[in-house]
Design a protein around this ligand. Sequence first.
Ligand code: WT7
Length: 659
Amino acid sequence: MSTEIESVLIENRVFQPFQNLVEGAAISGMQAYEALCDEARKSPDAFWDRLARENLVWQKPYTKVLDESEAPFYRWFGDGQLNVSANCLDKHLNTPTANKTALIFESDDGKVMTVTYKALHARVCEFANGLKALGHKTGERAIIYMPMSIEAVVAMQACARLGIIHSVVFGGFSSKSLQERAVDVGATLVITADEQVRGGKAIPLKAAVDEALAMGGCEAVRHVVVYKRTGGAVQWQEGRDVWMHDASANQPAECEPVALDAEHPLFILYTSGSTGKPKGVQHAAAGFLLWALLTVKWTFDSKDSDVFWCTADVGWVTGHTYITYGPLAAGLTQVVFEGIPTYPNVGRFWEMIQRHKVTVFYTAPTAIRSLTKAAESAPEYHPREYDLGSLRIIGSVGEPINPEAWMWYYTNVGRERCPVLDTWWQTETGGHMITPLPGATPLKPGSCTLPLPGIEAAVVDESGAEVGRGKGGFLAIKRPWPGMIRTIWNDPERFKKSYFPPELKGYYLAGDGAQRDTDGYFWIMGRIDDVINVSGHRLGTMEVESALVAHETVAEAAVVSRPDATTGEAIVAFVVLKQTLPAGEDADRIAKMLRDWVAKEIGPIAKPKDIRFGENLPKTRSGKIMRRLLRVVAKGETVTQDVSTLENPAILDQLSQAH
Ligand code: WT7
């Protein structure tokens, strides 16, 4: 890792902002940026107060901006009331935006459907009325397990309208993961689809929901609402199961948005941490909405004429903030895509940018890296073959973007006339935190540059003291911000322990390592905890280990990551079986079986790329697994560190040779 950081830090190319983007930008020029930062530093309350008044529609105005009395359980705009869905939809009804296209949906097989703001409002109201008619109310929790679709946005917005707290589970997660989340939130409602279609293949979703609910613990679920996507066969439980179109049918196209307390939870989204159990990150209605809208305006410098496309899935936070909420609150036209970047060919993204005249494109480094490779072997689908002239801003999110991928993106997709915005943030932060601004920030490939106004980011040591420029440390945020996580659902103690450890003086600990260069630019160095980032998907090593040891053949397992040219990091599992050490085809067969098992337990994204068998794992005399050494072995490197504290040093040779 340290050599990679050094190579990143000798990166000295700087790209000045393009004049055409500076003019008329929401934050135009570095002076304007500094002025906003100063305003926020001088009086944070007055700063956030101004922004919350200017940007949100309140049903009941608040009197207090920030309540720190129960810190770190911060309360923002605590005694105010609003409705998030009204701020995304109703707000536009008596404006020219009402007849503007809100969503351009493109299906896996290339069919395009559009919906205006007015029509989307009607669909959300009809469905919300349908949910009400089924007896669902404010404060209940709904699991949403849906494909990328207009209907998924409708489902989330309808929940927000009624104050039903949604927890979206990515369609690639297994029924077991779904069940665990449904149990943890105490879901009373599940919204799903018969099947999802990706890359020409139909994958059942309703069947996974049936399986999850049959596992027990979800007896509180009263309804399973099903969006008919393919018409594929589904099992039906009368009384419990309801078609989404039936729920919406004959319902009025108006539904009074419920006035919700600012701190009412908008959603819970599970993400991986250092233990085997994912954390239910809880976000609050008003603060999250403000941060989603502000960051769309600031980072993407949104214009009424934009066609915005964020390629994320609504199963991840990026899809919450930059599909369902932020762009709608900003009144933008956006593309929603059902499929995958490689189907029917690897030019799909570029073709869609051309077809829909996308102006702002936001995707993940892993997609860029895999499309770079693909474009080399299939030059007919190289981005240069498409008209990408509509683009003005291109962004990146989810993992570090290495300078090579950055330059490829900048040159081939942005055609050297669009800034690459490397946005650093997390499920917990609600929206962008450290990111360039298109009309202000000089860019350096590989750096997420500078914090947004109001965000006081720092690199600190174990005692919370700031480290000098050029030195590595923990990335921390010194003051609360409206979009921040409020708590971990059902586990406030874990919230405090994970993000506000007592040593850190009340700072928010992000869980990433970072350093700042002499210009104060931030360079993210990856996680400091046992979290792995595979293709921008966050996974806990402990989660994968727990899944492995749950298999009857496995005695012990240790999971680490190794760098991967396409997926950023790849999972390597070291496994001790209960039986004797397998070899040859036997080992291949068991490895495949365990990979499939992990896919079933967690989801295909958690499948180890490499499984190595050993008679034991490298342990200290006190029995602690030496992961540090396993990381070296996983990379195929020779262990040069001191192994004298190891109980069984010979095991390293065995694991290095194992396939
Ligand atoms: C972790 C958060 C951000 C929404 C999607 C992922 C890594 C994220 C960057 C970036 C370097 C990044 C961090 C972070 N990460 N963006 N621009 N540069 N690393 O959200 O699943 O909560 O993961 O992703 O390690 O902590 P998430």
